[in-house]
Design a protein around this ligand. Sequence first.
Ligand code: AMP
Length: 302
Amino acid sequence: MSILVVGSVAFDTIKTPFGEAKDILGGSTSYFALAASHFTQVNVVAVVGEDFTDRERAAFEGRSIDLAGLEVAPGRTFRWGGEYSFDLNERTTLFTELNVFEKFAPRIPDSYRRSELVFLGNIHPDLQKDVLRQVERPRLVALDTMNYWIERTPNELRRVLPEIDALVINDAEARQLSGEHNLVKAAEAIRRLGPKLLVIKRGEYGVLLFNEDRRFAAPAYPLEDVFDPTGAGDTFAGGFMGYLAQQGDLSDGALRQAIVFGSTLGSFCVEEFGCDRLRSLTRGEIAARFREFKRLTHFEDL
Ligand code: AMP
């Protein structure tokens, strides 16, 4: 099954305690597409400016990534800058330059309209809703959002939630959206707003899945070297959805495996600055780390 992803493509400037990088390829769609393309065909809808050259485009080439929906608009590409604290858990946004992203109105090419899985990246909830009007009965729609939309467009967000199947957000966003501190109560409250599946990302503490009355928890892979956490959440979503699309199976068992594949891809993403590690990654490395997750979390019954 193929996946449609709609969101940002960016030039990121990143500072971590281990170094800096200026104007490197980033954005939610870039991370998502590179991760998911290890499993299935990914159809990209995003906007870039005239400064987005063949060099950046080449990062997606030779992979199962269709760029027919990557619009080039007059002006500069979206730019974002972030700086991490020493323990990498806290991030300060240094700047956000929307540029061509400000007027982004996703147009879904005809060839994408039958994508079976849809990932609505972190954009205005009305635009997310508009994407759903342009596609034909996907089997699974997942949505990401952020504090900015939860605070400024709560009503628009609440109107799109009943139309999706899965919400993929972090713990702070889950608390903010539900008004509940406890994540189990937050999950119940959010599921009442529409999505039957809820995935809560907790950074280095792992991931929680709420599926009807079933729950699943996976840790993050304990890594010795973390260089840059940027994009780990979008990469998680790409691995999660990519695996589901590859399997064509949305059962609880497949969802649990998909959570671990998402965590696997996320763990590789943070090993290098930007998207680089997602490009060098091999099928063998992904399978080996998936098995390491199995060993890490296995224990005997009583
Ligand atoms: P994450 O680390 O998963 O939160 O994703 C970081 C990516 O999100 C970076 O590559 C940024 O370019 C992108 N990003 C940051 N702010 C925004 C925004 N307001 N809208 C869309 N994408 C953004």
